[in-house]
Ligand binder design. Structure first.
Ligand code: PEP
Ligand code: MN
Length: 483
C-alpha cells in the first residue's frame, strides 16, 4: 500500500531538500501554477511499484557480488515527440541485443536498466545562450533544460510547470508500451532472429551477431529435444521468453521527484519477512533507479539530501573533480547502513584523465566501510565529448576514446583488486525513415567519418552511439569479461 508522505521536522522527509541550496534550480514564472501542478502529480499513481524497485535492488546485490553485469543505457535526453512505438521498440531492441551478446559471450547475467521513461530533465553549464530566432534576429534566451522544463525551440524557453505533468504522462505511455512489447514475446529467445538488424551494414558485426543467435537457437532446440526447455511445458511466461527491464533517469528536478515519492508501509505487504517484499520506507515511484548528476552532487546540497532518504537504488556520477575523501563522505551520507548494491558509482572521467583520477578513488572506497557493497560502472561518454574542427557547432564523441576509457576502467579496477561491473552508455537503436542509424559519434566498425556527422544527427542533447556502435561495445564488454 502506498500513501502520501507526511513530513516530520528534523528528520529526512521528501521535502527536507527544500532547506538546502538547489543546484540547477528552475525559476518558474508562477509559484501557484507550479504548486497546483505538483499537487496533481502527488495524487497520481506511481509509475513503478515498491515491489519492482525491490526486485531491481535484489539484482543489484548480485552485481555488487560480481555475479551479474549492469547495462544502463539510453538517450541523453528523451523528447516527448520521441514517445512513439517505433522509437521505443528500437531502443528496447538495441539494449536487448547488446545484453544477449554480453550474456552469451561472458556467460554472465545482465541487469538491464534503461535511461528511459522519464529521462527528460538536463543539467546545463550555462543558464542562457545566444541564438538566431526564426526572424534572423540574434537574441539571448534561456538554455533548453529538457522537455519537462521548457521547449527546444528558442521561442519556447520559459519554464512551464505543465511540462512536469506531460513528463509523467509520456513516461507512463513509454512504460506501457515497453510492458506491452515484453509481454508479447519481444525478447523471446526462441525467436531471436526477430532481433535482426537489417540496417546493420557491417558484415563482420552481422556475422558475429548471427553466430550468437544460431548457437542460442541450437541450444534451445537441444534443450527442447531432451525436455529440458522450461517453456516446452507450455506457457509464455518462461524466463526465456521474457526479460527484466528497469527504468532510470537523472533525479534532477526535485519538485517532480518529491511529488512521486510515496511511503510504503511493510505491514501492508503480504509477507514482510520474505526477501521478496520491499522494506518499509519512502520510494520514488517515478523510476526504479535514479542517479545523481556530476553537477548536483554537492555534499550539502538539496540533491544529496533528497537522495539519502529514498529506498530506490541510486547511481552517483563520479567525474574528475571528485576528491577521494569527498566520495567516502558522500557514501556515508547516502548509504549509512552499507547496503550491498544500493549505490552504483558511475565513473565518467574522459580517456585522458581516467589513469590519474580513478585509482585514488578506488583506493579510498577500498579502505572504507563501503568496499564490498558498492558497484562501480563506467560511463565512457560524458568525459569524451568534443566538437570537431569542421563542425564547431555540434558535439560528437570518438569511438576510440569511448573504447579507450571503457577498457582502461576494466584494467585499472582489475589491477587494484576492484571490479568494473557495468557500463552506462548513451545510445539509440532508432533509425530514420530510410532505415539508417543516427550519425552522432564517430568511428566504430562502421567507420563513421567526420563528413557523415550531419547526415543523421538527430540528438537534441549529447551524441549517442548508434546500433552498430552499441553492438561493437557489447562485443568489447563480452571479451573483457571473458578474459
Ligand atoms: C548525463 O548523464 O546525461 C549527464 C549530464 O551526465 P553527467 O552528470 O555525468 O555530466
Ligand atoms: Mn548526456
Amino acid at each position: 500500500m502506498v500513501s502520501s508522505a507526511s513530513p516530520s521536522p528534523g528528520a529526512w522527509t521528501p521535502t527536507s531538500w527544500r532547506t538546502r541550496p538547489v543546484a540547477q534550480s528552475v525559476s518558474y514564472p508562477s509559484a501557484s501554477h507550479l504548486s497546483n501542478t505538483l499537487h496533481r502529480l502527488s495524487t497520481l499513481p506511481g509509475l513503478v511499484t515498491p515491489h519492482s524497485i525491490h526486485s531491481l535492488s535484489t539484482h543489484l546485490t548480485s552485481v555488487a557480488a560480481g555475479r551479474a553485469f549492469l547495462l544502463q543505457a539510453g538517450d541523453c535526453a528523451e523528447l516527448f515527440a520521441d514517445c512513439r512505438e517505433d522509437k521505443i521498440a528500437a531502443k528496447l531492441r538495441l539494449i536487448l541485443m547488446m545484453s544477449l551478446v554480453i550474456v552469451w559471450g561472458a556467460r554472465m547475467p545482465v541487469v538491464r536498466v534503461g535511461r528511459i521513461a522519464g529521462q527528460y530533465g538536463k543539467p546545463r553549464s550555462k543558464d542562457k545562450e545566444m541564438v538566431e530566432m526564426e526572424s534572423g534576429e540574434k537574441k539571448e534566451v534561456l538554455t533548453f533544460r529538457g522537455d519537462n522544463v521548457n521547449g527546444f525551440s528558442p521561442s519556447d524557453r520559459t519554464p512551464d510547470p505543465e511540462r512536469l505533468l506531460q513528463a509523467y504522462f509520456h513516461s507512463s505511455a513509454t512504460l506501457n508500451h515497453i510492458h506491452g512489447l515484453l509481454s508479447s514475446g519481444f525478447a523471446d529467445l526462441h525467436a531471436p532472429l526477430d532481433f535482426s538488424f537489417d540496417h546493420v551494414r557491417d558484415e563482420a558485426l552481422k556475422r558475429d551477431y548471427r553466430q550468437i543467435v544460431e548457437s542460442i537457437t541450437d541450444s534451445l532446440d537441444f534443450m527442447g529435444t531432451i525436455g529440458a526447455d522450461p517453456s516446452s511445458a507450455g506457457g509464455s511466461s518462461s524466463s526465456l521468453s521474457s526479460v527484466d527491464y528497469y527504468t532510470s533517469h537523472e533525479g534532477l528536478i526535485l519538485e517532480y521527484e518529491e511529488s512521486l515519492t510515496r511511503l510504503h508501509t511493510s505491514s501492508s505487504s503480504q509477507s514482510s519477512s520474505s526477501s521478496r517484499a520491499p522494506t518499509a520506507g519512502y520510494y520514488n515511484l517515478s523510476a526504479h533507479m535514479l542517479w545523481l548528476g556530476d553537477r548536483t552532487r554537492d555534499l550539502n546540497g538539496a540533491h544529496v539530501e533528497y537522495f539519502r532518504g529514498i529506498k530506490n537504488p541510486i547511481g552517483i556520477k563520479v567525474g574528475p573533480s571528485m576528491q577521494p575523501e569527498e566520495l567516502v563522505r558522500l557514501l556515508e551520507i547516502v548509504d549509512p547502513d552499507v547496503t550491498p548494491g544500493r549505490v552504483t558509482l558511475i565513473g565518467r572521467f574522459g580517456a585522458s584523465k581516467i589513469e590519474s583520477h580513478l585509482p585514488p578513488l578506488i583506493r579510498a572506497v577500498q579502505s572504507s566501510r563501503h568496499a564490498s557493497s558498492i558497484i562501480w560502472i563506467s560511463d565512457p561518454m560524458h568525459g569524451n565529448t568534443i566538437s570537431p574542427p569542421s563542425h564547431p557547432d555540434i558535439k560528437t564523441r570518438l569511438f576510440t576514446s569511448i573504447v579507450s576509457e571503457l577498457s582502461a576502467s576494466f584494467r585499472i579496477h582489475a589491477s587494484l583488486g576492484s571490479r568494473l561491473s557495468g557500463a552506462h552508455l548513451e545510445l539509440t537503436g532508432e533509425v530514420d525513415e530510410s532505415g539508417q542509424s543516427v550519425t552522432e559519434c564517430m568511428g566504430g566498425s562502421m567507420e563513421l567519418g567526420e563528413e557523415m556527422l550531419r547526415e543523421r544527427y538527430l540528438t537534441h542533447c549529447d551524441p549517442r552511439l548508434n546500433a552498430e556502435q552499441g553492438l561493437d561495445v557489447a562485443f568489447l564488454v563480452s571479451r573483457e569479461l571473458r578474459e
